[in-house]
Write a protein of this length. Structure first.
Length: 161
Protein backbone atom coordinates (compact mmCIF):
# COMPACT_ATOMS: atom_id res chain seq x y z
CA UNK A 1 0.00 0.00 0.00
CA UNK A 2 1.43 3.36 -0.93
CA UNK A 3 1.48 6.32 1.45
CA UNK A 4 -1.54 8.03 -0.19
CA UNK A 5 -3.77 4.94 0.13
CA UNK A 6 -2.58 4.37 3.68
CA UNK A 7 -3.53 7.93 4.67
CA UNK A 8 -7.00 7.52 3.07
CA UNK A 9 -7.54 4.25 4.96
CA UNK A 10 -6.56 5.84 8.29
CA UNK A 11 -8.75 8.90 7.63
CA UNK A 12 -11.74 6.68 6.79
CA UNK A 13 -11.32 4.65 9.98
CA UNK A 14 -10.94 7.79 12.07
CA UNK A 15 -14.10 9.32 10.59
CA UNK A 16 -16.09 6.12 11.22
CA UNK A 17 -14.83 5.94 14.82
CA UNK A 18 -15.76 9.58 15.38
CA UNK A 19 -19.25 9.00 13.98
CA UNK A 20 -19.74 5.94 16.21
CA UNK A 21 -18.61 7.88 19.28
CA UNK A 22 -21.07 10.66 18.41
CA UNK A 23 -23.93 8.18 18.06
CA UNK A 24 -23.10 6.54 21.40
CA UNK A 25 -22.85 9.90 23.18
CA UNK A 26 -26.13 11.07 21.66
CA UNK A 27 -27.91 7.95 22.93
CA UNK A 28 -26.63 8.14 26.54
CA UNK A 29 -29.32 10.58 27.77
CA UNK A 30 -32.00 8.37 26.24
CA UNK A 31 -30.64 5.29 27.96
CA UNK A 32 -30.44 7.09 31.28
CA UNK A 33 -34.14 8.00 31.29
CA UNK A 34 -35.72 5.22 29.28
CA UNK A 35 -36.34 2.68 32.04
CA UNK A 36 -40.13 2.84 31.98
CA UNK A 37 -40.27 -0.44 33.87
CA UNK A 38 -39.15 1.20 37.14
CA UNK A 39 -41.29 3.46 39.32
CA UNK A 40 -40.58 4.88 42.77
CA UNK A 41 -43.19 5.85 45.37
CA UNK A 42 -41.77 8.35 47.88
CA UNK A 43 -43.50 8.10 51.26
CA UNK A 44 -42.73 9.10 54.85
CA UNK A 45 -41.26 5.60 55.27
CA UNK A 46 -38.84 5.98 52.36
CA UNK A 47 -38.54 5.33 48.63
CA UNK A 48 -40.30 2.17 47.43
CA UNK A 49 -39.38 0.80 43.99
CA UNK A 50 -41.87 -1.08 41.82
CA UNK A 51 -41.44 -2.90 38.53
CA UNK A 52 -44.27 -1.68 36.34
CA UNK A 53 -45.85 -2.32 33.00
CA UNK A 54 -46.93 0.89 31.26
CA UNK A 55 -50.24 0.87 29.38
CA UNK A 56 -51.05 3.87 27.22
CA UNK A 57 -53.41 2.77 24.45
CA UNK A 58 -57.17 2.35 24.72
CA UNK A 59 -56.78 -1.41 24.18
CA UNK A 60 -54.08 -1.97 26.80
CA UNK A 61 -55.79 0.31 29.31
CA UNK A 62 -59.10 -1.55 28.83
CA UNK A 63 -57.45 -4.91 29.57
CA UNK A 64 -55.26 -3.71 32.45
CA UNK A 65 -54.62 -6.49 34.97
CA UNK A 66 -57.69 -8.52 34.02
CA UNK A 67 -57.31 -12.29 34.28
CA UNK A 68 -53.99 -12.10 36.16
CA UNK A 69 -53.84 -14.61 38.99
CA UNK A 70 -50.96 -13.03 40.89
CA UNK A 71 -48.92 -9.87 41.17
CA UNK A 72 -45.58 -9.64 42.96
CA UNK A 73 -45.36 -7.29 45.96
CA UNK A 74 -43.04 -4.98 43.99
CA UNK A 75 -45.01 -5.10 40.73
CA UNK A 76 -47.70 -2.92 39.26
CA UNK A 77 -49.28 -1.40 36.19
CA UNK A 78 -49.07 2.28 35.31
CA UNK A 79 -51.94 3.64 33.22
CA UNK A 80 -51.03 6.78 31.23
CA UNK A 81 -54.07 8.72 29.99
CA UNK A 82 -51.84 11.39 28.34
CA UNK A 83 -53.93 14.30 29.70
CA UNK A 84 -55.52 15.02 33.06
CA UNK A 85 -59.17 13.98 33.39
CA UNK A 86 -61.37 12.35 35.97
CA UNK A 87 -61.19 8.60 35.38
CA UNK A 88 -63.02 5.60 36.72
CA UNK A 89 -62.02 1.95 37.08
CA UNK A 90 -63.80 -1.27 37.92
CA UNK A 91 -62.67 -4.77 38.84
CA UNK A 92 -64.67 -6.96 36.42
CA UNK A 93 -62.53 -9.91 35.30
CA UNK A 94 -59.81 -8.87 37.74
CA UNK A 95 -58.94 -11.85 39.91
CA UNK A 96 -56.71 -10.23 42.54
CA UNK A 97 -57.27 -7.35 44.99
CA UNK A 98 -55.59 -4.11 43.94
CA UNK A 99 -54.75 -0.69 45.31
CA UNK A 100 -55.45 2.09 42.82
CA UNK A 101 -53.26 5.15 43.17
CA UNK A 102 -54.51 8.21 41.28
CA UNK A 103 -51.63 10.51 40.28
CA UNK A 104 -51.52 14.00 38.76
CA UNK A 105 -49.30 14.87 35.80
CA UNK A 106 -46.95 16.52 38.31
CA UNK A 107 -46.30 13.19 40.06
CA UNK A 108 -48.29 13.98 43.21
CA UNK A 109 -50.58 11.27 44.58
CA UNK A 110 -54.11 12.72 44.57
CA UNK A 111 -56.28 9.87 45.89
CA UNK A 112 -55.87 6.19 46.80
CA UNK A 113 -58.41 3.37 46.70
CA UNK A 114 -57.19 0.53 48.92
CA UNK A 115 -58.05 -3.14 48.33
CA UNK A 116 -60.42 -2.98 45.39
CA UNK A 117 -62.36 -6.25 45.46
CA UNK A 118 -61.85 -8.79 42.66
CA UNK A 119 -64.73 -9.12 40.19
CA UNK A 120 -66.54 -6.08 41.67
CA UNK A 121 -68.43 -4.09 38.99
CA UNK A 122 -68.69 -1.01 41.24
CA UNK A 123 -67.13 2.09 39.72
CA UNK A 124 -63.98 3.41 41.44
CA UNK A 125 -63.57 7.09 40.48
CA UNK A 126 -60.46 9.22 40.77
CA UNK A 127 -62.63 12.05 42.22
CA UNK A 128 -60.18 14.61 40.81
CA UNK A 129 -58.47 15.02 37.42
CA UNK A 130 -55.42 12.74 37.07
CA UNK A 131 -53.13 11.70 34.25
CA UNK A 132 -51.90 8.42 35.74
CA UNK A 133 -53.27 5.52 37.72
CA UNK A 134 -50.96 2.99 39.35
CA UNK A 135 -52.34 -0.41 40.31
CA UNK A 136 -50.34 -2.41 42.85
CA UNK A 137 -51.19 -5.45 44.99
CA UNK A 138 -54.07 -4.87 47.40
CA UNK A 139 -52.91 -3.47 50.74
CA UNK A 140 -49.40 -2.50 49.59
CA UNK A 141 -50.09 1.24 49.72
CA UNK A 142 -50.90 0.95 53.43
CA UNK A 143 -47.86 -1.28 54.05
CA UNK A 144 -45.52 1.36 52.63
CA UNK A 145 -47.37 4.27 54.24
CA UNK A 146 -48.51 5.89 51.00
CA UNK A 147 -50.67 8.99 51.47
CA UNK A 148 -52.18 11.64 49.19
CA UNK A 149 -49.51 14.30 48.65
CA UNK A 150 -46.69 11.74 48.38
CA UNK A 151 -44.74 11.76 45.12
CA UNK A 152 -44.03 9.36 42.28
CA UNK A 153 -40.88 9.12 40.16
CA UNK A 154 -41.08 7.68 36.64
CA UNK A 155 -39.74 8.82 33.24
CA UNK A 156 -43.27 9.79 32.14
CA UNK A 157 -44.27 11.58 35.32
CA UNK A 158 -43.56 15.17 36.37
CA UNK A 159 -40.05 16.28 35.47
CA UNK A 160 -39.50 12.92 33.75
CA UNK A 161 -42.05 13.68 31.01
Amino acid sequence: MNVGNWRLAIAGRTARAGMMAGVVLAMLPLAACSDEGRLVLNTATGAHTFNVEVVDTPETRARGLMFREELADDAGMLFDFETENTVSFWMMNTLIPLDMIFIGADGVVKTIHVNARPQDPTSIPSRVPVRFVLEIPGGRSREIGLEPGDTVEHPRIGAGQ
